[in-house]
Design a protein around this ligand. Structure first.
Ligand code: F6R
Length: 341
């Protein structure tokens, strides 16, 4: 698991080597990205990038339900690492029924089979990892696919630079991850504190990714707090809190002075309730590099924390349990015959 994260620069380079092979051209009004969990985060990151450097708004759909506004002017991108996630396949089916533009991304599974059967553009990502460890493969494949359309978000050169940036910063990221995992283990876990990921917009997606990594790899419960929205609801809960003892991991972009001040304000409130703090300052020359830097800190931290807890980061027993039951929850037609993976 550790080596999968340490190989992220190679994952990016591999995706960049296929940059011009699968592409969509043409003009779209907007993008909708479908996917759950570790695949769904691709949509979150595309949304962040699009709101900072893009021209096409991105809607993220982590559900089997397809928004009614999706039409022939929307490019739908369906991502499932395994290719067998039921909610994603149900959405894919509805998209096909709408006969609107769609691209599928998976390492195989039914999504690939159905794409081939229905003539849908399909992007293969390397198989053999868990979805969360394959984030760069999925994200950079989609960025490559988009780069020839009017919804392009980054250039091939920027993708190459990002791989180089991560590689150069790997020792520092690894050191940070070890320090944070020590702190989480010795303070947050040992003292039974609630782990809070506090951040400022536009870093919500990264904080959610950090949460997911701690959930899935380290098997802990965490909460995400995002300023300035936090100041308009959550903050009131601290007037008469039903929980105390927080371990707050502050995810801050040091280039964003307003964001840093907002998190400092949050710290003042947590401080009144027996909180301890640790900061993760992001590095990077642009939004993409910062997202990848923070994601790699998150991934490595969560694997180290799992090791300290004597837990296998790879195995997500409860997701498997849900996937085995999911066909009893959703109405499934024979069209979607597959085995849960
Ligand atoms: C992440 C993980 C899950 C899956 C999710 C959807 O590593 O294991 O969050 O990503 O259950 O599965 P896929 O990504 O295969 O569609």
């Amino acid at each position: 698991m550790l080596s999968a994260y340490l190989e992220w620069p190679s994952q990016i380079r591999h995706a960049v080597s296929k940059w011009d092979l699968v592409k969509v051209t043409g003009e779209y009004r907007d993008i909708a990205v479908f996917g759950m969990g570790g695949s769904g985060i691709v949509g979150d990151y595309l949304q962040v990038l699009s709101s900072q450097v893009g021209r096409c708004p991105v809607t993220v759909v982590k559900s089997h339900l397809v928004p009614s506004f999706i039409d022939k002017y929307t490019l739908s991108i369906v991502v499932s690492y395994s290719g067998n996630t039921l909610e994603t396949l149900l959405a894919f089916k509805s998209i096909l029924e709408k006969r609107v533009p769609v691209v599928a991304v998976s390492s195989g599974g039914l999504l690939k089979e159905l794409s081939q059967r229905y003539g849908v553009l399909h992007v293969d990502v390397p198989s053999g990892l868990v979805p969360r460890a394959s984030l760069p493969s999925m994200l950079f494949s989609v960025l490559g696919v988009l780069s020839h359309s009017n919804c392009s978000l980054i250039t091939k050169k920027e993708a190459e630079n990002c791989a180089e940036f991560l590689e150069e910063n790997l020792p520092e990221i690894e050191r940070k991850a070890r320090e944070i995992s020590d702190w989480l283990f010795e303070k947050a876990i040992a003292e039974k504190r609630l782990i809070v990921l506090a951040t400022h917009s536009p870093l919500e997606a990264l904080a959610v990714r950090f949460k997911n990594e701690l959930n899935e790899n380290s098997k802990v419960i965490t909460k995400v707090d995002v300023a300035p929205e936090w100041m308009h609801n959550d903050i009131v809960g601290y007037e008469e809190p039903n929980i105390s003892n927080y371990a707050v991991l502050e995810i801050v972009d040091p280039d964003d002075s307003v964001g840093a001040k907002l998190v400092e304000f949050m710290e003042g409130v947590y401080k009144e309730h027996d909180a301890i703090f640790r900061s993760v300052e992001l590095k990077g020359g642009n939004a993409l590099e910062k997202l990848l830097y923070g994601s790699l800190v998150a991934g490595l931290t969560s694997v180290h924390l799992a090791e300290k807890r004597g837990i296998d980061p790879m195995v997500t027993r409860s997701i498997a349990m849900y996937k085995n039951k999911v066909r009893e929850i959703f109405p499934v037609t024979p069209w979607l015959n597959f085995k849960a993976t």
